[in-house]
Design a protein around this ligand. Structure first.
Ligand SMILES: Cc1cc2nc3c(=O)[nH]c(=O)nc-3n(C[C@H](O)[C@H](O)[C@H](O)COP(=O)(O)O)c2cc1C
Length: 204
């Protein structure tokens, strides 16, 4: 991978266990790859502005992309187009994506820009690229031990696929403290995602 877009969505920023796992994996990758260019968006620490009436009007009336009110949306879509890998580290908030990540989606999921309408439904206009979503939650949200619904995974998978990003892997980090085994599996998944060509025998 050459250019990673990293969306960090925790309100505690770099204190987040998810973010720490990503930063450790990136540091590990630096030692054996030529370096991955990373564009980081801290969606909770530097939240996007709430949607304005003008933005809603521009989106629903399919205003041209050079309309100034769409400038932020254009910049965010441009970041997506420029990357060849998307990494999202997000907490689960009330069984779903946090509001800050939802706001990012409301800026990038735009008709005739990132998706179009066909007789079969919405179809993505962005090039597919690998994506990994690291989900932190207080309690398990998938698998046999889950005692809560998970609206985050199907929602995010659908939102990304509408734009054309279908190649999405989810990794879950439930509860605290996390076992050494789960942390090792997470680092393994992150490293394999960041440097897919690396022989798996070398993975930490
Ligand atoms: C507003 C809010 C809502 C939350 N909702 C859930 C939830 O629905 N399910 C869950 O398991 N954890 C929930 N949590 C716990 C967080 O997911 C957890 O504390 C967080 O992911 C820790 O991640 P970090 O170590 O990366 O900061 C919630 C936390 C907050 C602040």
């Amino acid at each position: 991978m050459n250019h990673l877009l990293f969306l960090e969505c925790s309100p505690v920023g770099s204190e987040s266990l998810g973010a720490q796992q990503v930063l450790a994996a990136l540091a590990d990758c630096e030692s054996f790859s030529h370096g991955i260019h990373v564009t980081t968006r801290s969606l909770a620490m530097e939240p996007l502005a709430a949607l304005s009436a003008q933005y809603a009007q521009a989106v629903t009336s399919s205003a041209p992309s050079d309309d100034p009110v769409l400038a932020r949306s254009e910049r965010l879509i441009g970041e997506l187009e420029a990357c060849d890998g998307l990494l999202i580290s997000t907490p689960m908030h009330n069984f779903a994506v946090p509001a800050t990540l939802k706001l990012w989606i409301d800026h990038v999921l735009r008709k005739e820009r990132s998706f179009t309408i066909t007789p079969e439904g919405k179809a993505g206009l962005l090039r597919d690229r690998p994506a990994l979503v690291l989900v932190r939650s207080g309690n398990p949200c998938v698998g046999e031990t889950a005692r809560q619904p998970d609206f985050l995974t199907p929602y995010l998978r659908h939102a990304l696929s509408v734009m054309g990003i279908h190649n999405v892997q989810f990794v879950y980090l439930p509860g605290f403290p996390l076992s050494a085994e789960i942390l090792a599996q997470t680092r393994h998944a992150l490293t394999a995602f960041l440097v897919p060509s690396r022989p798996t025998g070398d993975l930490p």
